[in-house]
Design a protein around this ligand. Structure first.
Ligand SMILES: *Cc1c(COP(=O)(O)O)cnc(C)c1O
Length: 338
């Protein structure tokens, strides 16, 4: 029986579209499992312990999605009437259905991001509400790394940590693409995680697992998050089947993210030759095209003819885009005429 993905097209819409490889599927099929709500799934436990250790934190929690992971973090750090400060374009503010507000009574304080994806820390500080019953209580600063592919500088993260220490805030990282940042900066995971009280990592983006995210943090924090996970329906039973895909991804698919970044650089170079420097922005595994939308639609149709699928003008490279695929994309870009 052969399970290898027969992807009919080269798909650059997202790094969520990856297919689990045969070897990953074999690891999943062979996983030891138990009822994880009873704490009896050895593979889930091993995944949680592995990621906690990698990130230098005492505990971790396996969850079905990155959205749920961030939600549990927000519900645990903040209570009803509390507030979190977050980027206007951050996933935890913009793309998670307002979950923290809907389910937790938690108010977001969104702030405009700088061009490099950071939040101006003076602006953050000036948005921390005074201790006065007119205001929500500011509890948490929420960062995202990578953010639209961009890596946050480590000095900036340390400065954010200092601000949180000074002002009594907690600091959460939406690290859906945590390992893209690690590989790009050549850092140890625990060095990047050290500044944060909690980190959410996606296994189902560039790491190539089919399902799952992991939330890491202190023991008390993770115990409370586990309670919330049960409440929102994220307590899974023989989840070791999917956790095994995550473990396989951590063992095999971290270092290779550098290849995705190199592929993005190659395609950005080809696009710049076509459209000019200022309209193309590459960061880690993503390429953003700031070109006329009519021209973009023509380009997308031209690529579609060569079985290359793109969505919005943000192209994402991942483990199902092979070097030969990049050759093809390059040549299709070079033959494009509007
Ligand atoms: C994809 C993503 C998430 C959420 O992950 P899902 O598993 O799709 O819910 C959170 N944050 C960022 C930055 C993401 O890219």
């Amino acid at each position: 029986m052969k399970h290898e993905a027969k992807a009919p097209m080269i798909d650059l819409r997202s790094d969520t579209v990856t297919q689990p490889s045969s070897a990953m599927r074999a690891a999943m099929a062979a996983a030891d499992v138990g009822d994880d709500v009873y704490g009896e799934d050895p593979t889930v436990t091993r995944l949680e312990q592995t990621l906690a250790k990698m990130l230098g934190k005492p505990a971790a929690l396996f969850v079905p999605s990155g959205t749920q992971s961030n939600l549990l973090a927000l519900l645990t750090h903040c209570g009803r009437g509390d507030e979190y400060i977050v980027g206007q374009e951050a996933h935890t503010y913009r793309f998670e259905g307002g979950g923290a507000a809907v389910l937790g009574g938690i108010q977001p304080q969104p702030l405009t991001c700088e061009a490099d994806g950071t939040l101006d820390l003076d602006l953050v500080q000036s948005n921390i509400k005074p201790d006065d019953f007119h205001f929500a209580k500011t509890r948490l600063l929420c960062l995202e790394n990578t953010i639209s592919g961009r890596v946050l500088p480590l000095d900036y993260i340390k400065a954010a940590r200092n601000l949180c220490d000074k002002t009594g805030l907690q600091l959460h990282l939406d690290g859906a693409r945590f390992f893209n940042a690690i590989v790009e900066q050549n850092l140890e995971p625990e060095v990047l995680a050290a500044s944060f009280n909690s980190v959410s990592v996606c296994l189902s983006k560039g790491l190539g697992a089919p399902v799952g995210s992991v939330l890491v943090g202190e023991i008390k924090f993770i115990n409370q998050a586990r309670r919330w996970r049960k409440m929102v329906g994220g307590g899974m039973r023989q989840a070791g089947i999917i956790a095994a895909g995550g473990l396989y991804a951590l063992e095999h698919n971290i270092k290779r993210l550098a290849t995705d970044h190199q592929h993005a650089v190659r395609i950005a170079t080809a696009l710049r030759e076509k459209f000019g420097d200022i309209s193309i922005r590459q960061a880690t595994n993503m390429v953003h095209l700031d070109i006329d939308m009519d021209v973009y639609r023509q380009l997308a149709a031209h690529l579609e003819n060569a079985d290359i699928r793109v969505g919005r003008p943000r192209w994402v490279f991942h483990l199902d885009v092979a070097p030969g695929d990049v050759d093809l994309i390059e040549s299709q870009i070079s033959t494009f005429t509007r």
